[in-house]
Ligand binder design. Structure first.
Ligand code: ADP
Ligand code: MG
Length: 226
């Protein structure tokens, strides 16, 4: 469902052009739970941003369910993001003045213009074991709980793909493990494709597929080895 062909991305700083993603090919099937690993600066965030239509490549193709997202206009790509993609960030990105309910409800009501969203939000909170926190504010939650809310917010619109850039980097190892297990449980329940980057060896073990980047190229893919 995701087919990446000959992807290239470079950044120009002053006179110097640095290639960040080099002739990268990658196919990801529906419902995969995949980790992107590699040293800092290897291009993990750049690749996730390209798949997430938050950045554009210099060359190459990214087909998501047949749509080449590299060819979309800015307006089309924001629509595509809203309809097909969910994002989870390292620093949670919750709205501090909103309750847990309001944070999760926000994409449903504001972006997808849905009404009567209460039951949907309640059922996802129940699924992540956080029903009792529904009226709390982010500053009343632990880091692990905040990231669970962010997972729920990404899932509530039922995207086909969830992209998460180091979602556990700001969590202690027990919370990190729990958030990852929650992501995996939700991926099974909703058949969502999950692609996340991580540095953490323990987290990698939860992944069903691990793609290793080095200097913007894939140097190892556990799927190819099977
Ligand atoms: P990772 O997430 O694996 O740490 P990144 O994708 O963030 O790697 O970055 C890869 C390289 O691209 C780094 O060397 C970084 O400095 C460079 N880079 C990332 N974004 C930009 C940008 N907007 N302008 C210039 N260089 C950038
Ligand atoms: Mg990064």
């Amino acid at each position: 469902m995701i087919s990446i062909k000959q992807l290239n991305k470079s950044y120009k700083v002053g006179e110097i052009t640095t290639t960040i993603i080099k002739e990268l090919d990658l196919n990801v099937d529906q419902g995969e739970f995949m980790a992107i690993v590699g040293p800092s600066g290897s291009g993990k965030s750049t690749l996730l941003n390209l798949i997430g239509c938050l950045d554009r490549p210099d060359q190459g193709q990214i087909l998501i369910d047949g749509t080449d997202v590299t060819k979309l206009t800015n307006k089309e790509s924001s629509r595509f993001r809203a309809e097909h993609l969910g994002f989870i960030f390292q620093d949670f990105n919750l709205i501090e003045s909103f309750t847990v309910f309001e944070n999760i409800e926000f994409p449903l009501s504001t972006i997808l213009k849905q009404k009567n969203t209460r039951a949907k939000v309640e059922s996802i909170l129940d699924a992540i074991g956080m029903s009792e926190q529904i009226d709390k504010y982010p500053d009343q939650l632990s880091g692990g709980q905040k990231q669970r809310v962010a997972v729920a917010r990404a899932l509530v619109v039922e995207p086909q793909i969830i992209l998460a850039d180091e979602p556990t980097a700001n969590l202690d190892s027990l919370s990190a493990q729990k958030v990852l297990e929650l992501m995996k449980m939700m991926q099974k329940k909703f058949k969502t494709t999950f692609i996340f980057s991580t540095h953490d060896e323990k987290i990698m073990r939860v992944a069903e597929r691990i793609v290793t980047l080095q200097d913007g190229a894939i140097v190892k893919d556990t799927k190819e080895m099977k």
